[in-house]
Every structure is written in C-alpha cells, then in structure tokens.
Design a protein around this ligand. Structure first.
Ligand code: FE2
Ligand code: FE2
Length: 203
C-alpha cells in the first residue's frame, strides 16, 4: 500500500518536480530495501541464537544446560583428535569453534553461576574454577600461536582436554549439584534465565 501511494505521487508530480525529487524517492526505496534486508539478517541471526541456545538449554535446568555445553565441547575435541597432522585448516576451524563455545560458556558461568556460588558461601570453589578459566584462555592462546601440523599441537590439545575434563567433572559432580540443592526452585529458575540471557549475547 505504501508503495502504491509513493508511485501515484511520483507519477502526478513527474513533470513539475525537479529530478532530485525522484532521486530522493529512489534513495528512500533503496534505504527501505536495505533496512528490510538488515531486518531479515537480524531475524536470521536471532533465529540462529535461539537454536544455539536452545540446543543445550531445552531442559530449563541451568546445571543440565552447562553439562550439555560441556559435552558439546568435548565432542569438538573428539573431532580434533581424529585429524591428521596435515589437516591444518580443519584443525584451525575446529579450534575456533571450541574457542567460541568456551567463550559463551565462560560468560554464563563467570557472570551468573560463580557469583551465585559466592553468594552461597562457596567463594573458594568459585575462585578456583574462575582461575582455571584463565588457563583455558592460555591453552587457546598457545594453540593459536603454534604450527597446527606439528605433533606438539596435538599433544597440547590432549593436555588442554585433560584440564577441561577435570574442571567439568568438578562442576558437574560436586559444585553445581551442591549449589542447586542450596537454592529454592524459584532461585534455580531465576539462575537459568539469567544465565540464558548472558549466553544469548554470545550465541
Ligand atoms: Fe567452568
Ligand atoms: Fe563449565
């Protein structure tokens, strides 16, 4: 309907209006198309975020969501460890996926779960886990600065996985169940929503 109005106005005024009027209208149409395109892009990105977030968080349980994310990261390590030394492009691609997944995961834990742990008088656990996140970043940094076709690269990947697995097990078996028990159902639900909000920012 808006297009029709614009067309009829333009036809009526074609003879008397200077050329720039048409140009302005055309620019407006182009701008509208660009905005529409951006809106489609934004919707697609939002859809992707919901998919990424929904994959791990379908249960509505924060501890289960984090455990699912752990499993997804370890599955990426399985793929990396199955590569040959010459498959450097695949290795770098998979390492980027690990980095992105762990970045989002760390934000969820550091911005929501670990503060909740400190509130629940478990500052010692929160601080120890937080320090390990620092070493996760060190591993990522070192791997990115090594030749991906060297045997040392894969050896470092294995050391990285070992640290991660211990960290994840500590969270899944001890720290998270204890915090969950400490909180009411309502508090646990609030934690899930707060964590999902943080995750959406980086999904
Ligand atoms: Fe963690
Ligand atoms: Fe974790």
């Amino acid at each position: 309907m808006a297009t029709k109005t614009r067309e009829s106005t333009s036809r009526q005024g074609n003879r008397s209006r200077p050329a720039f009027t048409w140009s302005a209208g055309s620019a407006g149409t182009l701008a509208a198309a660009a905005v529409a395109g951006a809106a489609v892009g934004l919707a697609a990105n939002l859809g992707r975020k919901f998919v990424v977030q929904g994959l791990a968080g379908a249960s509505g349980d924060w501890a289960e969501t984090l455990a699912n994310e752990h499993a997804m990261v370890l599955a990426l390590f399985d793929k990396i460890e199955a590569t040959e030394n010459h498959q450097t492009t695949i290795r770098k691609h998979l390492l980027t996926k690990v980095k992105n997944a762990l970045g989002k995961h760390a934000i969820e834990e550091e911005n929501v779960i670990y503060p909740a742990l400190r509130d629940a008088n478990s500052a010692h656990d929160a601080d120890a886990l937080n320090a390990e996140h620092g070493y996760v970043k060190t591993f990522l940094y070192e791997l990115e600065n090594m030749e991906a076709d060297s045997p040392e690269w894969l050896a470092k990947i294995r050391d990285f996985r070992s640290l991660l697995q211990k960290h994840m097990q500590m969270e899944e078996r001890e720290v998270f169940p204890a915090l969950k028990r400490e909180l009411s159902d309502e508090q646990n639900a609030r934690l899930f929503h707060a964590m999902s909000r943080e995750g959406m920012k980086l999904a």
